[in-house]
Structures are given as structure tokens and as C-alpha cells.
Ligand binder design. Structure first.
Ligand SMILES: *Cc1c(COP(=O)(O)O)cnc(C)c1O
Ligand SMILES: [Zn+2]
Length: 423
């Protein structure tokens, strides 16, 4: 038995049974999973969670599929790393990196896909599908393979090579579309009515899919000793992750798992080349104007974000901020995180770190706060973004003479004392 009480329209509040529904018949508003929190509170406990699996499934009581056998590659339970060296560079105090590069297919999308395909299988779907900016494609193809389901993923044709290879290798069908993500997404919305037997994880299963992002908040709180942080910085693509991180902290409090009521400021990070939410925040409007993306951060390149307004509302009502950074700042964000903390992030992680730096410089993220930055994807997925900006210090012939010559002509080594003479 799970603890879901139904689906509820986020706009008009009408309720629906638990089916493959994602929009309200009445007002076309998005549907949200609702739970029986009293029953969850009576059942769950820190101890029950702590003795659960080392994955997102330790929080099954708060997911919409507590009663199903999970489609599971081990998503979640990723490191929360104290980042003192990065904090010092940014003038911050207690800073943590949620290192979601450590997921099975290298991004946080494994959290949402594991939940979505578990629900899809339970609802009787045999074919997994999605519209993807890259990481979702990787994760859907991998989880479908694991579940013995067929998969069809649709991607913009100009994605990074690693993301295309990492999707195709799992044996599903990959459809490269000559268009942007927004074109792909529109096509998938049309396909959902043509192909009612396909589980489009981020279209007709989206209501369940998006719940997987709450586990980022659950893990952060558990890893901080069952306390919420003061401020989280979250990248925004569709805006779903950001809204669900906020929901996750609120739910933990609601079912009695936190000692102190959470008061988490949630800030959003976007790329300047695709910043519809950051622009609306800066202008102080409620209107998210769609844009045509042009940014190195392809995983965030959604010009018309499905949950953009909800993300904006979450940022504002939590007392957070939203900012955008340009491509050069994104690459510097990647290099800064790598050189200070040893974590190699993809371009979306560069967006988060560069935005964190910008908000810290502006005094919005403060040194007296306990801050968590969500680093959501692995750098090996977007190596071409760094081509030309990092590479060998020097290239030499394989001889000692060549090496010594390179040393003399100025490779900058920290110390020239040899270990033998040092003794
Ligand atoms: C998809 C994605 C995001 C954005 O998540 P949304 O829920 O679409 O806002 C952030 N980081 C990475 C690495 C992603 O793949
Ligand atoms: Zn409605």
C-alpha cells in the first residue's frame, strides 16, 4: 500500500484518481500528487529511513509508488561534500555541494526516471519515452533497459556527443530531431495522443516523475543530521527540480522528521542564453516570456519552461533570488569547482556554481548561512564545452632532457626540492 491520496490540480484544486493523467480536464492546469501525511507520519521514522536501501528508495513512503517493485539502478544517496575551499574563494561560510554527478548515468535525472518508470510499469506501460535535453535521454534509455522495457527517446539533433552515445548504447531507439528542445517537446505532446501506450516520462507521467526530485531535499536534510539548510541554489531547466526541492523540505517537516521547522531560501540558477525565469525575477513580473535558447548549458536549454512560473513563485515566496550567468562564467564555474573541490561538473553545474558566486558577491547568499549548491550532472557529458580552455600544460618528447627543459622554461611547479634530497 502506498500513501497517495490522489492527484490535485495546482490551479483549480479539482481532484483526480491515481492514473496516467497530467493535466486537469477542466482548466488544463498541471496535476500534483497528494499524500495522506497523517498516515505517513504514523508509519515513517528516521530509523525506518536510515535502515532502508542506500538509494532514493529509502524515502519510498514519500514517493508515489511505495507499493511497487522499483525500476532501480541505484539512483540517489549521493555525497554531500563540505566545500571549505570553494567557500573561501566565494567569501562564504558553511557551504556544501550536493554531488549528483555520482548517479548511475551521471545526472540527477536518475532520481525522476527511477520513480517515473516504476509508476509507468505499475500502470501497465511497456514502452518508455521522453523528450530530452540529453540527461533525461541517458537515464530513460538505461532504466528502460534495466526494466526490460522498450524505449523511444527524442532529442535535439545537436546534443553533446557523449549524451547521444550514452543514450544509444542501451539499445533503445533514439530519434534526433532537427529542432530545439522546445520543438521536441511540442512533438512529444502531439505524440502522446497518437501513442497512448507510451509512457512519456516528462509528459503523460510527469506528475509522478517530478516527485523524484524531492529526494534531493530528503537526502540533504538527512545528511545534515535531519536539519534543513538555510539556502539552496538549484539550476532551472523546466523548473520542476527547484519546486520539488522546496516541497521536499516542507514534507519532511510535515511528517515530523525535522527537529526545527525549515526556513529554506531557494535560489534559482540559469544561463543568460536561456533565462526566462531569471528575467521575470529581475523585472519583477509574473509573466514568463519564452525565449529561443542559445547557451553552452544544453541540459538547461528550455525556452518555454513547463514549471517556470511555479519555480519563480517558489523563489520569491522563500526569500531567494534568481540570476543568470554567461557562457564564459559557466566555464569558469566548472573550472572553479574542479580546482577547489575535485568535482567535475557538466555545464549545468557550471551554471549553479557561477550563479552561486554571483549571488554571494551581491550579498544575497550570505556567509552566515548554511548553503547547499546542487551540482546535477557529470563533466564527462559535456567535455567539448571546455575544449580549448583546458589541456596539457606542455607537450614534450619522451626524454628526461625534454622534461627538464620544459621545467626550466617555466612549468609552474609548487616546489623544486626533490624528495631524496629533502630527507
Ligand atoms: C534537467 C536538468 C536540470 C534541470 O531540471 P528541471 O527539473 O528541468 O528544472 C538541471 N541539471 C541537469 C544536469 C539536468 O539534466
Ligand atoms: Zn484545474
Amino acid at each position: 500500500m502506498d500513501f497517495v491520496s490522489g492527484l490535485c490540480c495546482r490551479e483549480c484544486g479539482r481532484t483526480y484518481p491515481v492514473e496516467a493523467l497530467h493535466v486537469c480536464d477542466f482548466c488544463f492546469g498541471p496535476l500534483e500528487v497528494t499524500y495522506d501525511y497523517e498516515r505517513i507520519a504514523a508509519t515513517t521514522s528516521r530509523q525506518r529511513i536510515e535502515s532502508g536501501p542506500r538509494s532514493i528508495w529509502r524515502y519510498a513512503d514519500l514517493l508515489p509508488v511505495a507499493d511497487a517493485a522499483p525500476v532501480d539502478l541505484g539512483a540517489g544517496f549521493t555525497p554531500l561534500v563540505r566545500a571549505d575551499r570553494l567557500a573561501a574563494e566565494l567569501g562564504l561560510g558553511e557551504l556544501w555541494i550536493k554531488d549528483d554527478t555520482a548517479n548511475p548515468t551521471g545526472s540527477f535525472k536518475d532520481r525522476v526516471v527511477s520513480v517515473a518508470l516504476t509508476k509507468a510499469r505499475q500502470l501497465g506501460f511497456k514502452i518508455a519515452a521522453c523528450a530530452s535535453t540529453g540527461n533525461l535521454a541517458n537515464s530513460v534509455a538505461a532504466h528502460a533497459a534495466r526494466a526490460g522495457m522498450d524505449s523511444v527517446v527524442l532529442i535535439p539533433h545537436d546534443l553533446e556527443r557523449a549524451k547521444i552515445t550514452m543514450t544509444a548504447v542501451y539499445g533503445g531507439r533514439v530519434v534526433a530531431v532537427e529542432g530545439s528542445y522546445d520543438d521536441v517537446n511540442r512533438l512529444c505532446a502531439e505524440l502522446t495522443s497518437e501513442q497512448p501506450d507510451w509512457a512519456f516520462v516528462n509528459v503523460n507521467i510527469r506528475t509522478y516523475y517530478s516527485e523524484g526530485s524531492k529526494t534531493l531535499a530528503f537526502e540533504v536534510a538527512e545528511q545534515l543530521g535531519w536539519e534543513a539548510p538555510d539556502h539552496v541554489v538549484v539550476p532551472i531547466g523546466s523548473g520542476s527540480q527547484l519546486t520539488k526541492v522546496a516541497k521536499g523540505f516542507a514534507e519532511l517537516a510535515r511528517v515530523g522528521l525535522l527537529d526545527r521547522p525549515p526556513n529554506v531560501r531557494v535560489s534559482g540558477a540559469q544561463a543568460e542564453g536561456c533565462a526566462p525565469v531569471a528575467t521575470a525575477f529581475a523585472e519583477g513580473t509574473d509573466v514568463i516570456r519564452p525565449v529561443k535558447p542559445d547557451t553552452v548549458a544544453k541540459s538547461l536549454a528550455i525556452g518555454n519552461p513547463a514549471d517556470g512560473w511555479y519555480a519563480l513563485d517558489t523563489v520569491r515566496s522563500s526569500g531567494g533570488a534568481c540570476a543568470a550567468v554567461n557562457d564564459e562564467e559557466i566555464l569558469e564555474g566548472i573550472r572553479l569547482l574542479a580546482r577547489t573541490e575535485g568535482i567535475f561538473a557538466e555545464t549545468a553545474g557550471g551554471v549553479t556554481i557561477a550563479t552561486l558566486a554571483k549571488l554571494a558577491a551581491a550579498g544575497v547568499v550570505r556567509p552566515d548561512e548554511r548553503v547547499v549548491a546542487m551540482v546535477t550532472g557529470h563533466g564527462l557529458k559535456t567535455v567539448e564545452a571546455l575544449a580549448g580552455s583546458v589541456g596539457p600544460t606542455v607537450t614534450i618528447a619522451p626524454t628526461l632532457a625534454a622534461f627538464n627543459e620544459a621545467l626550466e622554461s617555466g612549468i609552474d611547479l609548487p616546489s623544486t626540492a626533490s624528495p631524496r634530497s629533502a630527507a
